[in-house]
Design a protein around this ligand. Structure first.
Ligand code: IDP
Length: 140
């Protein structure tokens, strides 16, 4: 298995509850290393661009409003099979369907305010990492 990097975002529902440390612990316990991390407030334009793939979905405007409702923590996670590993640690989009012990099962409020984002493929990971970080920001 190859060492990969994936883009993670701790969403506003989690920063609001001051649980970014608890979430980071889940990543580290799973063998994922946080090799870049940045707390920021997304603008509407940035959130729209980041979620452009969902532009036609009925929840798009609500999602953009949610993602700009408070600070987020963007991070690059590195490890063996990091993209799939992070998706496992996160759990299903809808917390009521997420496996026990996953971040979303334990912390998410609902299908929208679901505490974390994680890239879903190597190509998206590359694009999403570039959205937030330069190579110089990532220290493996
Ligand atoms: P993912 O984050 O598990 O990859 P996606 O389908 O890519 O799920 O959706 C992106 C984000 O959009 C979700 O994490 C969630 O915040 C929001 N979302 C997805 N489906 C719904 C929905 O049916 N209602 C409201 N928000 C949704």
């Amino acid at each position: 298995m190859a060492v990969e990097r994936t883009l993670s975002i701790i969403k506003p529902d989690a920063t609001e509850r001051n649980i970014t440390g608890k979430i980071n612990q889940r990543f580290e316990d799973a063998g994922l290393r946080i090799v870049a991390q940045r707390r920021l407030q997304l603008t509407t334009e940035q959130a729209q661009a980041f979620y452009a793939v969902h532009k036609e979905r009925p929840f798009y405007n609500d999602l953009v409003a949610f993602m700009t409702s408070g600070p987020v923590v963007a991070q690059v996670l590195e490890g063996e099979n990091a993209i799939e590993k992070n998706r496992e640690v996160m759990g299903a989009t809808d917390p009521s369907k997420a496996d026990q012990g996953t971040i979303r099962a334990d912390f998410a409020k609902n299908i929208e305010a679901n505490s974390v984002h994680g890239s879903d493929s190597p190509e998206t990971a590359r694009e999403e990492i570039k959205f937030f970080f330069s190579n110089i920001d990532i220290v493996g």
